[in-house]
Design a protein around this ligand. Structure first.
Ligand SMILES: [Fe+2]
Length: 296
């Protein structure tokens, strides 16, 4: 098995997304949380309340940046001003890694603000990997790409989604943010076996996982992040943890957000699987928190 370049992140534990309805609770009660994931775009501003809150959070907690607008799969070149603002935020948060999605979302400078699925072709993989390398080299931090949930497929695709993800991350030499819920949602929408997906990605590149709840409609499943995680997704997560070993995990809950306690409690259910993986596979990864220069 190749050395895991993301070993430094294995013991980050279980995080939750930093969301506005929880600000007051977090700042006044200071709950014990392994780390918070922030949406970078919410803090790429010059000042004001968002950065004031962020600075207070950073005094107490580890923060990891997750983005929604790099569009690695778009053919457009990057917006240099956007990257510059992103780098300013990276320096502020000292995020150990940065993630964004394996998707496209813009054409000729017009942005859809959607995470659109890609055609799984070798040409697209080459171009996407090149753009990931550009971001990593500019930001000077490890970059991870996240699989999106999807509802359509392209006739021109030359491989499965997990083969495409593998092709991209191997070419880019980057990490994977494996969204287990997205795999489950897409598997139901497109009719593939989600376990084939989990088994098919390079496990040594999985630096982080996402879990989330979704909404089931008659003909399809929508990735809504507004429910607790369902049992089949926990089962798939358990399998992913067995295959990848101890992995930093984050619960996404972005709509109909309940109390901080409810969100955190749902996230902490992942402990059962992570602790099991730690006990069974500790020698496999053989590292402890902070054992790498990459760790804060
Ligand atoms: Fe996700």
């Amino acid at each position: 098995m190749p050395a895991n370049p993301f070993n430094a992140f294995t013991d980050y534990g279980i995080g939750i997304g930093l969301r506005v309805p929880h600000y007051q609770h977090i700042l006044t009660r200071k709950p014990v949380v392994d780390w918070f994931e922030i949406i970078s775009e919410n803090f790429m501003v010059d000042g004001g309340r968002p950065l004031e809150v962020l600075d207070q959070i950073l005094e107490q907690y580890q923060v990891v940046q997750h983005g929604v607008s790099l569009y690695f799969g778009s053919a457009d070149p990057f917006d240099r001003a956007h990257l510059k603002r992103l780098k300013t935020l990276v320096k502020r948060t000292r995020t150990p890694w940065l993630s964004d999605h394996l998707c496209w979302g813009s054409v000729d400078g017009t942005y859809t603000h959607d995470l659109l699925p890609m055609p799984y072709t070798f040409a697209a993989a080459r171009r996407t990997a090149e753009k990931i390398r550009q971001v990593r080299d500019y930001l000077e931090i490890p970059v991870c790409v996240e699989n999106v949930s999807s509802y359509v497929e392209f006739h021109v695709s030359e491989m499965t989604e997990w083969e495409f993800l593998t092709e991209v991350v191997e070419r880019a030499d980057c990490g994977i943010l494996l969204d287990v819920n997205n795999i489950y949602v897409s598997s139901r929408n497109h009719g593939f076996n989600p376990y084939d997906y989990v088994d098919g990605v390079p496990h040594h590149r999985v630096a982080q996982m996402h879990i989330a709840g979704h909404t089931k409609f008659e003909q399809y499943i929508l990735d809504t992040h507004d429910h607790p995680v369902i049992d089949p997704v926990w089962k798939l997560y358990a399998h992913a943890i067995r295959r990848c070993g101890v992995t930093a995990t984050l619960l996404e809950w972005d709509d109909k957000i309940p109390s901080f306690g409810e969100v955190h409690g749902e996230a902490l259910k992942a402990h059962e699987f992570i602790d099991g993986a730690r006990a069974a596979q500790a020698p496999r990864r053989g590292r402890t928190a902070g054992s790498s220069a990459l760790a804060r």
